[in-house]
Every structure is written in structure tokens, then in C-alpha cells.
Design a protein around this ligand. Structure first.
Ligand SMILES: Cc1cc2nc3c(=O)[nH]c(=O)nc-3n(C[C@H](O)[C@H](O)[C@H](O)COP(=O)(O)OP(=O)(O)OC[C@H]3O[C@@H](n4cnc5c(N)ncnc54)[C@H](O)[C@@H]3O)c2cc1C
Length: 437
């Protein structure tokens, strides 16, 4: 019997998981990847003994599917002792205890704000027990009509928005609570528990996982797909020649899916038009390994720095240091990143270094040793889950997936982050199994 032939466009984590699962089920799968490497926004550059995760750089304890694939692929992940998380307010750093119980002690918030915040935590836990950042496509649509900003300002206060919600959303998602729905913010809260947010990292770099999966499926690197279209019962992929498939999975960002699918269905058109992304530039500096001591992540509200939203001390990931040096990776606030995205590397390094020295007191004494290492321009860094988006996503899953034998996968169909992207890839593989056996 002829095996079902599937093309997957894009070797990011969502595409690779989808391809791997389909191949395990007996389908004949080819992955097209435009870059010479795999992983997309979960890739690692290794140079001079140092490890630079160019996109995703952390995994979280509750990333069960990523954990599962790391075990299956024998890619070791390590617990990261959290290190100090701190937030800048009025030019002074406050320690952020990510454990909800310890957060009670913070001097960042008034008692009234803390009581309201704990009320909110309990509400999320007890009224939405199944809500999850990693399955946002199942969120209750009733949470999707208001922005996190409007809701939090009303229920806790503007200071909480400015000094907790916005800095956290910006540090991990590069945009603001104004462009996030209440559903998205609630789902972020579900990643915290009474103990703590506990973080992990992939040894050898985050890219080690997609690299390992790619060794088990057939990937064509350097193969940019230009067009995908259906004629009769066949779907064609054009990438330096035309090839026929039974099913095609597009695992790129939404703008590429919009561009390559010829004659989109009404549902594909309507949904792809709704996807918006946050922009950032991710900039890395080589520094003495012990420059930041126990500090891991620093959060910078926009009022404190209109340029930098976060910087992380990569030496906290033991294996990321080399010969007494490590990296500090810096994420930029979206508005500033947009003004810089077309500028030269030299100018970006210069502006970001000068701001980093202003906001990071530990680096002032070693400023000659803060050396530009690498940078990546992410015009489409992470999707924005703005009010109304969850509903649009749910409508697409029910009515548009598989139109013209073309499926879409990626973080923008579930939620930001590698766990959500991987879950989306697996879910689509299961849908295809249900349709094409
Ligand atoms: C700076 C930054 C930091 C982040 N930090 C974290 C973090 O700490 N933890 C976390 O969980 N998540 C993090 N994320 C988010 C996470 O990286 C993404 O949610 C996830 O990697 C998305 O995977 P994906 O498969 O959906 O898409 P992608 O990784 O974007 O994969 C799409 C693939 O398609 C390929 N492609 C595009 N066009 C074509 C074409 N025409 N033909 C063939 N191939 C094509 C691309 O090259 C790419 O490989 C971060 C993202 C960024 C940008």
C-alpha cells in the first residue's frame, strides 16, 4: 500500500515534532527548512567555546512534552538554581522572589496590592483549574474579551501593571499588557505555584533538542519553500522544483504561511490576517564569568529603561561558560527594537552597551571587558495574544485546520514558547492521523 506522503515546511520545534510524530506513525515525511540549520527560534550558535541561544533560552519545570522529547532523544536538561531575579524601580534593584509565598515580603508593592494580587491568584487557581499557558487554545472564551491592562488596572492598580505585569510580560514576551488578553495573563499565572517558578536549560544549548529530532527525520536544509497549492487531491510544494504530496503542514511564522499558500481558504485567510507579532533585537555581550555573581535575570520596566526590557547572566547555566568568560544576553523593548531593526550591528551594540552599563552597576568596573558577541533581529519574535485572539484561534482549529489538505502549526496556534509550539505540532500530527489512515 502506498504510504501517505507529507511535507512539513519549517524545521522549528513545532514542525520537527509534527514530522517526527507522523514518521513514527508510518507516514513518509520530508521537512523543508530554508536555513542551513534547524530549530528556528529554538536555535543555538556556538563560537569561541561560548553558547548563544538566539531565541528560546529557558525551559520551565512544567514543560512536560519538551522534557519527554529530551529524554527520548537523550538530550540532557539541567535544573538551574534560580539565581537572583531582580527588578529596577526608581534606579534601585528589588529582589523578585518568584515564589508566590515569598512575594508577600516584597517591598515593591503595598499591602493592599499584595492582598489583591493573592486574591487574583486564588481566583485563577479555583475558577479556571484547567487553564494552561501551554494549551491556551483550550482557554475559556469568556476570558478573551478584555485586555490584561484594563483588567489589572481596575482590579489591582496601575502600579502593579507598571512594576509587575508589564515588566514580566515584556521580559518573556516582548510586548505589553495592553496587547495581551486577560486569558493570556491568567495563563501566565498558572506557571507559578506556591514553591517557585523553576527553570531548566538544555545542556549544549537549546538548539540541541531540534538538532537531535532532525537526525531522526528527513530534513532538506537550505530549501526555501516558495509556493504551496492544491490541485485535485494532490498538494504541491515548490522549492527549486515542484513535488507532490498528500498533505502539507506549514510550520513557519504566520506571515510566511500567508505568503506561500496559493488560493487560501476563507478560514485560512481570516485567521492568518489576525496574527500579530512582537518585535525584539536580542543582543549578546561577552563578559567575565563572575561579573554578575548570583544575579540571573534583571527585569526593566519601560519607565526605568525605554531600551532594555531584560538581561540574563548566562554563566548561571554552568556549561555556558568558557575559560573564565560567559555571555550576558539582552532583550530590547519592542518600540525601541523597531527603531533599531534596520540599523547596523555596530550602532546596535554601541547603543545597547551604553544603556547596559547605565542600568547594570556590576558592569561599570569591568566595562572594557564587555565585548559585543552576537545579535539577532527578530521582527517576529513571539505572537501577541491580544483580546479576541483566543476565540479566532479556536475558530480556526475547529473550522480551518486541514483546509485544502494544508495544516498550520506553530506557537501562534497555541501560545508563546517551545512547549506550546511542540504541543501544537503533536496535536496536528494526531489530527492528520485521524484524517489520513
Ligand atoms: C528572543 C526570544 C526569546 C525567547 N525565549 C523563550 C524561552 O526562554 N522559552 C520558551 O519556551 N520560548 C521562548 N521564545 C519563544 C520560542 O522560541 C518560540 O515560541 C518557538 O521556538 C516557536 O517555534 P515554531 O516552531 O512555532 O517557529 P519557528 O521556530 O519560528 O520555526 C519556523 C521555521 O520555519 C523556517 N522557515 C521560514 N520560512 C520558510 C520557508 N519559506 N521555507 C522553509 N522553511 C521556512 C524558519 O527558518 C524556522 O526554522 C523566545 C523567542 C525569542 C525570539
Amino acid at each position: 500500500m502506498k504510504r501517505i506522503q507529507v511535507a512539513v515546511v519549517g524545521a522549528g520545534i513545532s514542525g520537527l515534532v509534527c514530522a517526527y510524530e507522523l514518521q513514527k506513525m508510518g507516514y513518509e515525511v520530508t521537512v523543508y527548512e530554508k536555513e542551513p540549520y534547524v530549530g528556528g527560534r529554538m536555535s543555538t550558535r556556538r563560537r569561541d567555546g561560548l553558547t548563544f541561544d538566539i531565541g528560546a533560552n529557558l525551559i520551565e519545570r512544567k514543560y512536560s512534552l519538551i522534557d519527554h522529547y529530551c529524554t527520548e532523544m537523550r538530550v540532557p536538561i539541567k535544573d538551574m538554581s534560580l539565581g537572583i531575579h531582580r527588578l529596577l524601580k526608581h534606579s534601585k534593584y528589588y529582589r523578585l522572589n518568584l515564589s508566590m509565598l515569598r512575594l508577600a515580603g516584597t517591598r515593591l508593592l503595598s499591602w493592599k496590592e499584595k492582598i489583591r494580587m493573592f486574591g487574583l491568584m486564588l481566583r485563577v487557581r479555583f475558577t479556571h483549574p484547567t487553564l494552561s499557558l501551554y494549551n491556551l487554545y483550550h482557554a475559556n472564551p469568556s476570558l478573551d474579551s478584555e485586555s490584561a491592562y484594563a483588567y489589572l488596572k481596575r482590579s489591582i492598580g496601575k502600579r502593579f501593571v507598571d512594576y509587575v505585569a508589564d515588566p514580566v510580560i515584556a521580559a518573556y514576551h516582548f510586548h505589553s499588557s495592553k496587547e495581551s488578553s486577560k486569558a493570556f495573563f491568567y495563563s501566565i499565572l498558572t506557571t507559578y505555584d506556591q514553591r517557585s517558578l523553576s527553570l531548566k536549560y538544555v545542556t549544549g544549548g537549546m538548539g540541541s533538542l531540534p538538532e537531535a529530532i532532525s537526525r531522526r527525520v528527513s530534513v532538506k536544509n537550505g530549501a526555501s519553500v516558495k509556493k504551496v497549492w492544491r490541485e485535485g487531491r494532490t498538494v504541491y510544494v515548490e522549492s527549486g522544483g515542484k513535488r507532490a504530496y498528500d498533505v502539507v503542514v506549514i510550520a513557519t511564522t504566520a506571515d510566511v504561511a500567508r505568503r506561500v499558500i496559493i488560493k487560501k481558504s476563507r478560514n485560512q485567510n481570516a485567521f492568518l490576517d489576525k496574527v500579530k507579532y512582537a518585535t525584539t533585537v536580542y543582543v549578546s555581550f561577552k563578559v567575565p564569568e563572575d561579573a554578575l555573581g548570583g544575579v540571573y535575570l534583571s527585569y526593566l520596566p519601560k519607565m526605568e529603561s525605554p531600551i532594555i526590557c531584560e538581561y540574563s547572566n548566562e554563566s548561571r547555566k554552568g556549561s555556558y561558560s568558557y575559560k573564565g568568560h560567559s555571555l550576558i544576553n539582552v532583550g530590547l523593548h519592542e518600540d525601541f527594537a523597531k527603531t533599531l531593526i534596520k540599523k547596523s550591528n555596530g550602532l546596535i551594540f554601541k547603543l545597547v552597551k551604553s544603556e547596559l552599563l547605565r542600568v547594570c552597576p556590576e558592569l561599570v568596573g569591568v566595562k572594557a571587558e564587555v565585548v559585543p558577541f552576537d545579535l539577532v533581529r527578530w521582527e517576529r519574535a513571539v505572537p501577541k495574544f491580544y483580546p479576541g485572539y483566543v476565540r479566532a484561534m479556536q475558530h480556526f482549529w475547529t473550522n480551518g485546520q486541514g483546509d485544502n489538505s494544508i495544516y498550520l502549526v506553530g506557537d501562534y496556534l497555541n501560545s508563546t514558547g517551545v512547549e506550546s509550539a511542540a504541543r501544537c505540532g503533536k496535536r496536528v500530527a494526531e489530527m492528520i492521523l485521524g484524517e489520513y489512515i
